[in-house]
Design a protein around this ligand. Structure first.
Ligand code: SF4
Ligand code: SF4
Length: 124
């Protein structure tokens, strides 16, 4: 008898949970037709523009994802943990985090971002 009461109570509780969620707005989206707009401080794919090659970001990057040569700026997204340290410490805000979050790829070489920093601007 006690087991039977517990089962009915459990069933009632689970039905209550189902009904509570039945009228709530869904938290998921019909991706890729629908997409979330990331918040303003979202840390997505980093990008570089007008770098002065001070090398600060290479020192504060905890995962060694950044490499800078005479004319190229490399960011390895396979290593990047999107901590934002590089953007925080850059004295001229040359490196920023974008809102881009669709970074999955079957080829790991796609995850290597290369920027030309030999001239002002710095195109990928
Ligand atoms: S976001 Fe963090 S891990 Fe990624 S490049 Fe910048 S400092 Fe390195
Ligand atoms: S991105 Fe900023 S911190 Fe990194 S080398 Fe360029 S200017 Fe210095």
């Amino acid at each position: 008898m006690r087991n039977c009461c517990n089962s009915i109570k459990g069933l009632a509780l689970s039905m209550l949970t189902v009904f509570k969620h039945l009228f709530k707005r869904p938290v998921t989206l019909e991706y890729p037709e629908q997409r979330l707009t990331p918040p303003e401080n979202f840390r997505g794919e980093p990008f570089v523009k007008d770098c002065i090659k001070c090398m600060t970001c290479t020192k504060v990057c905890p995962s060694g994802a950044i490499k800078i040569t005479e004319d190229k700026f490399y960011i390895d997204l396979n290593k990047c943990i999107f901590c934002g340290n590089c953007t925080y410490y850059c004295p001229v805000k040359a490196i920023q985090m974008s809102a881009s979050y669709e970074l999955a790829s079957k080829d790991k070489h796609d995850m290597n971002l290369v920027y030309d920093i030999s001239k002002k601007g710095g195109e990928e």
